[in-house]
Write a new protein. Structure first.
Length: 363
């Protein structure tokens, strides 16, 4: 009888062990599934941030904040080599630690990780220890993972996540985090163009207007706040003739005069840039074709009534005046489409128009 009871208990224990193993397996599967779903949500959030109306720097900060929120990370820092030095692109670490955080690539402990392109996990075993790269406030982080970042097999920086608890990342799914890391790289590549455009903007010498690069950085962010806008490009048709017949100083005065006339007529919410040479661009944000055409007709009349004094080569020369002759091309820009392609189309039209054409053309 006792043997029978023992056998029954043994069977029950074995059954409970098998049941618990199955439950643990299901919990792990569910946990992995949740992590994967969480990862997919993060990727969607990334795409939303990249497409937002923010500067490149703000986008990286928002992405970094999203990483900390979704993966319960205490600290996250993205460092990128800008061609001259390593700079922190995004971090929530206190500024007093920045010198340390942007020079991790020079430390021996990370060189193998960088060489192999593999993540490096480090943690302390007791509270009295500190992570090897820490120089001040050693208790700030007790565990960290260092991820070298590569674009097309070229090392461009690193991403490091930290936590105040020891062994905090023991159970983190590195395969999912690695996918996130690859998407950080994709985001860095995506916003590199935007960063370049923002850095290239300069003021035109003769008009004081922003250069064409402004359109593709901050200008596009402003345009994309509305569904559609009107893009107007115009060309001073007779600028080359003025330069040749009189002199370049007179041509420069003509350009400056045109810029002043348009700027004085234009509402501050619109964008006006010197595009290239004799060409300018006005972006009428959120406006429709009919209203813009009315304005352009009036503007064209004002421009071609403007007189510019010809620069005298000799004091004895008589006063002479020239007027600008302008040719306009207008097209509709739709939010998040190719602004550069639209401008190229307008530019090609103006460059290929008949030599004496000075009209208003809707493309």
């Amino acid at each position: 009888m006792l043997i029978a009871v023992i056998i029954v208990l043994f069977v029950v224990v074995i059954g409970l062990i098998i049941y618990n193993l199955n439950i643990n397996k299901k919990v792990k599967v569910l946990s992995n599934t949740n992590q994967k779903i969480n990862s997919l949500n993060v990727l969607q959030d990334f795409m939303n941030i990249v497409g937002s109306d923010s500067t490149a720097e703000v986008k990286l900060q928002e992405i970094n904040a999203k990483l900390r929120e979704k993966f319960n990370i205490k600290y996250s820092t993205i460092v990128v080599f800008d061609g001259a030095e390593y700079i922190i692109k995004a971090t929530n670490v206190a500024e007093r630690h920045w010198d340390t955080m942007r020079n991790l690539q020079s430390l021996e402990i990370f060189k193998e990780s960088i060489m192999r392109g593999a993540p490096q996990y480090m943690t302390v075993e007791n509270d009295s220890e500190s992570l090897p790269y820490q120089t001040i406030e050693v208790g700030r982080a007790k565990s960290a993972i260092f991820f070298p970042l590569y674009i097309d097999n070229v090392y461009i920086g690193y991403w490091i996540i930290e936590n105040a608890e020891k062994h905090a990342f023991d159970n983190i799914d590195l395969s999912i985090i690695d996918v996130v890391k690859e998407n950080i790289i994709t985001v860095l590549k995506t916003i590199a163009y935007q960063t370049t455009m923002e850095g290239l903007v300069r003021k035109d010498l003769f008009t004081g207007l922003n250069s064409a690069e402004y359109l593709y950085g901050e200008g596009k962010l402003r345009l994309d706040k509305t569904i559609s806008s009107q893009i107007c490009m115009f060309k001073i048709v007779n600028l080359e003739e003025v330069n040749e017949k009189y002199n370049r100083k007179t041509g420069n005065s003509l350009v400056a005069a045109v810029g002043n006339v348009v700027r004085n007529r234009l509402a501050p919410e619109y964008i006006f840039v010197r595009y290239m040479g004799p060409k300018f661009v006005i972006a009428f944000i959120g406006e429709h074709e009919d209203e813009v055409l009315k304005f352009i007709k009036s503007l064209k009349s004002d421009l071609e009534s403007e007189e510019v004094l010809v620069f005298k080569e000799r004091k004895t020369d008589k006063d002479q005046y020239v007027r600008p002759v302008v040719n306009f091309a207008i097209a509709t820009y739709y939010k998040a489409t190719g602004l550069e392609k639209l401008n190229k189309k307008l530019e090609e039209y103006l460059d290929n128009a008949p030599e004496k054409e000075n009209d208003i053309n809707y493309i």
